[in-house]
Write a protein that binds this ligand. Structure first.
Ligand code: PLP
Length: 390
């Protein structure tokens, strides 16, 4: 039987740049002592108080169909959080609760792109971006963010690619690069969207992980609120990756259509998960700081160790749970470096090439193992790079 072109072409066939990751996972399954610095999963679990709130809600009976747009309490809490942090007036009607940020990325592109439309995104990129765009029948087109510009997209590159497109997807703080977009970059993004009449989809799932600079939501820039759809999530901010709860924030009329889409796709998020998320948001920034503190410490370790040598450069470790390391001085590709490091030292990292073309000659290190093991692993990686550079 024939399958749709859309589903069979969601991801390209052949090499997807994730071979090192799959190899490391295979070795772990065989019981090998691999240090995995690969994916964005915390080494702590969801806080027990959040689990207790989830348990209480489920036992209290919130296990039936939940309200599709999200419970009024959670929508209100998300709206308040956004208004407080951005200064932009936001009400529950601007919010749709989704099963995580990934579902929000799919829903936002579904809301603004027609079949065959061009949807822009920035390279290096989070792995699912092109597939999500193809999944709604649109055509992904990347815009480079270059290492020499701290992985911030330039106004020139944005302008050169925007004509005729429908949407632009940006992500700050950024996975995989660790860049936090400056006001100048965001202004260029806003100008490009206005000049080319683009929807802006702003993925802000790492908004609580800022080590340098300030998180600015582009929805707060002049004339941007009406054309911006913000993607948010509890996954990274509250170590709730498995709970699948996130949101879209956007103009009320767009959210109304997206509620209709949710009715025909996800049918909402379980009520006890939403109640747990509501409880978690009610704990405010102290809980968010507790969840992000390990990454702040490991970012310090990264900076300290990088400063002890001059082969590997870290660029720019301003936010999120990753360090993008420039290993071009070794003369190796990120792919060969990551493969060799895994074979020689049982340390798994992600080649920069897994995230597009702009991060070639880099490896991404997820700061997701305990501080001591992270310190040892990074030390080993730097010594390994030094031997390769000689
Ligand atoms: N956006 C970015 C940039 C991510 O790194 C991730 C997950 O790693 C997601 C979105 C999706 O997160 P979730 O669906 O768990 O909210």
């Amino acid at each position: 039987m024939k399958l749709s072109h859309r589903i069979t072409h969601l991801t390209p066939s052949g090499s997807d740049g994730w071979e090192v990751f799959y190899k490391a996972r295979g070795l772990v399954a065989q019981g090998e002592p691999i240090i995995e610095l690969t994916i964005g999963e915390h080494d702590i679990r969801t806080h027990v108080d959040i689990l207790n709130a989830m348990n209480k809600s489920a036992k209290g009976g919130h296990t039936g169909y939940a309200s599709v747009p999200g419970t009024p309490e959670l929508r209100r809490a998300v709206a308040e959080r956004i208004q407080e942090r951005t200064g932009v007036r936001t009400t529950a009607e601007n919010i749709l609760i989704t099963p995580g940020g990934q579902a929000a990325l799919f829903a936002t592109h579904n809301a603004v792109c027609d079949e065959g439309d061009t949807a822009l995104f920035i390279d290096p990129y989070y792995a699912t971006y092109p597939g999500t765009i193809r999944g709604v029948g649109a055509i992904p087109k990347s815009i480079p963010a270059r290492p020499e510009n701290g992985f911030q997209p330039s106004a020139a590159d944005l302008n050169a690619n925007a004509a005729g497109a429908t949407s632009l997807l940006v992500n700050t703080p950024n996975n995989p690069t660790g860049a936090v977009y400056s006001l100048e970059t965001l202004a260029a993004i806003g100008d490009t969207c206005i000049a080319n009449d683009l929807w802006l989809i702003s993925d802000e799932v790492y908004d609580t992980q800022i080590w340098d600079g300030t998180h600015i939501s582009p929805r707060a820039l002049p004339d941007m609120a009406e054309r911006t759809l913000v993607v948010g999530s509890m996954s990274k901010s509250h170590a709730m990756t498995g709970s699948r709860v996130g949101w879209v924030c956007g103009p009320k009329e767009v959210i109304e259509h997206m509620i209709n889409l949710a009715t025909h796709t996800t049918y909402g998020v379980p009520g006890y998960i939403q109640d747990a998320a509501h409880f978690a948001l009610g704990q405010g920034t102290p809980l968010e700081d507790e969840v992000s503190a390990p990454f702040a410490r490991r970012r310090e370790i990264t900076e300290r160790l990088i400063a002890t040598q001059n082969v590997v450069k870290a660029s720019p470790t301003q936010g999120a749970m990753y360090a993008m390391l420039d290993i071009r001085a070794t003369g190796m590709s990120g792919f060969d470096f990551a493969n060799d490091l895994l074979d020689t030292h049982q340390i798994a990292t992600m080649p920069g090439e897994s995230f597009g073309t702009s991060a070639a000659g880099h490896v991404r290190v997820a700061m997701t193992v305990d501080d001591d093991r992270y310190d040892i692993a990074l030390h080993t990686l730097l010594d390994f790079a030094a031997t390769k550079a000689n």
